[in-house]
Design a protein. Sequence first.
Length: 333
Amino acid sequence: MMQYHIRRPWQLHESRHTPESVWNNRRQHRREFLQSVGRSAAAAGLAGSLIGCREPATEEEILSAGSETTAPLPGAEHFPAPRNPMFEYGREETSRRDAAEYSNFYEFTTSKEVWRYIGDFQPVPWAVTVDGLCRNPQTFDLDDLYRNFTLEERDYRFRCVETWAMCVPWTGFTLRELLQKVDPLPDANYVAFETFDRPEEAPTRRKSTEFPWPYREGLSLEEARNELTLLATGVFGQPLPKQHGAPVRLVLPWKYGFKSIKSIVRITLTKERPPTFWNEAWPDAYGFIANVEPDIPHPSWPQTSEWMLGTRERHETVRFNGYGEFVGHLYPA
Ligand code: MTE
């Protein structure tokens, strides 16, 4: 297997780690600091010298980042979709701002501030090709995705292997519905997913040759047909913003977040287990199944507890992220 020498963001030198307590208070301290400096500077007529000191970004800046360079996503009239009452968080909902501010999208950056790097990304027009071992391969454009599937809203918990978690309402349809349209052949065992691959629109994709681009993921056909497996086209009652994986991404609430591939362009039915991005990059740390399992630590993070974006509230991690009643039968002990 090829070896990748990736300098991962969590491999910072000790001296560059931010202790959690410092991070917790960062926004508050920064605001107070800027306010106090702002008052003295204004008094001294030195406001111009503050260039480089940025206020924390506003919700508007984070959510509209990159929109000035992009055609608006079509389909706004399909939102909000009817809420499916079967799915509830059992926790407080994460704010739209907190969810959009802190994310992972390696094609753009290895930092969490993806929204700062998405200006060149063009999610319109878009098409998703579904092919491989099926009787009726098809390509769906955005209009097809919004119009020809049963859009609904589901509140899901979401858990990243880095131990952050959130609760957000996704809009989408089941992958099962899409698979019915293409009609898998009997020898299809797996479903492979692939992200867009346009280096000119994505800075890390362009510069970092050590990653096994494009980002790819995979599921067994049984997992793909599970009731929980959602192809999301929206979040918080609106089309997906770029940082959340516009215009269409996978959401798998019982698996670690890296399985929920964003900005999908191809879905292929295969006989053999497909290669996946993180498993290729670091096989010892990232498995193919990657279910949320509190008793199986990742080399960089114990998995026994998690913290919520925004509030930083800690919770004990629950097996399958609490979705055992839907998926437990897929993984007999
Ligand atoms: N999809 C692509 N194409 N590229 C990525 O880097 N990161 C994954 C997943 N999907 C990623 C991706 C990881 S590690 C996580 S935790 C989730 O996206 C984050 O989803 P969110 O930003 O909507 O919270």
